[in-house]
Design a protein around this ligand. Structure first.
Ligand code: GDP
Length: 197
């Protein structure tokens, strides 16, 4: 059975102190708000609304855990890059995400979702820089590839590959479209590879 066929919402976590026990295997999804993260998760899970539970009011600034069965979880990290978030909220967000990213033993793979038209942004770099000392594997989805011509998409892939080349761990990148469902099998295969180890 596919890793993604049994995804179920499990917990929403607002504070680093409330994270569930650090056991099992987790794959976390991160990305700038509006990059297409929820659409990507739904496309991978072949579901329409699953990841949008993370967007219900009050849940936009928390970590959302989805159960994949057999002690595996998909973790939806709150989107970043909203200037509108007040200072205090921003601090809480930074603490929650940085604690999770830097300390979580169960985290086996970070999937970084970036809009192919914007490439790797400074916020994405922050996240990679936090993760760098752990050298954990990262897989980048350049989403909304359907909005680019083939040539533009190839250029975007090349530029983004250059922007992440200095990451010290295993890092891979691909074009993706949650809307057209292109790149779904490739992304699923990458995730399955790290989740099984
Ligand atoms: P999130 O904030 O990162 O979770 O982003 P969403 O998944 O909510 O997507 C933000 C907007 O981009 C929505 O209007 C989506 O319909 C649109 N979108 C997401 N993925 C794609 C894609 O692959 N192609 C296109 N054309 N639009 C997309």
């Amino acid at each position: 059975m596919s890793l993604f066929s049994q995804l179920e919402f499990r917990y929403a976590v607002y504070l680093a102190a409330d994270l569930p026990p650090d056991i099992g295997t987790e794959v976390a999804f991160a990305g700038r708000s509006n990059a297409g993260k929820s659409t990507a998760i739904n496309a991978l899970a072949h579901r329409k609304k699953l990841a949008f539970v993370s967007k219900t009011p009050g849940r936009t600034q928390c970590l959302v855990f989805f159960d994949m069965g057999h002690h595996r979880h998909l973790v939806d990290l709150p989107g970043y890059g909203y200037a509108a978030v007040p200072g205090r909220e921003q601090d809480r967000w930074t603490e929650l995400i940085s604690t999770y990213i830097t300390q979580r033993k169960a985290l086996k793979l970070l999937v970084l979702v970036a809009d192919a038209r914007q490439g790797i942004t400074p916020h994405d770099r922050y996240l990679l820089d936090w993760l760098a000392p752990t050298a954990k594997p990262v897989h980048v989805l350049l989403t909304k590839a359907d909005k680019l011509t083939r040539r533009e998409a190839e250029q975007a892939l090349q530029d983004a590959s250059g922007a992440i080349a200095d990451y010290p761990g295993d890092i891979s990148i691909q074009l993706f479209s949650g809307l057209r469902k292109t790149g779904v099998l490739q992304a699923q295969a990458q995730i399955a590879k790290w989740m099984k180890q």
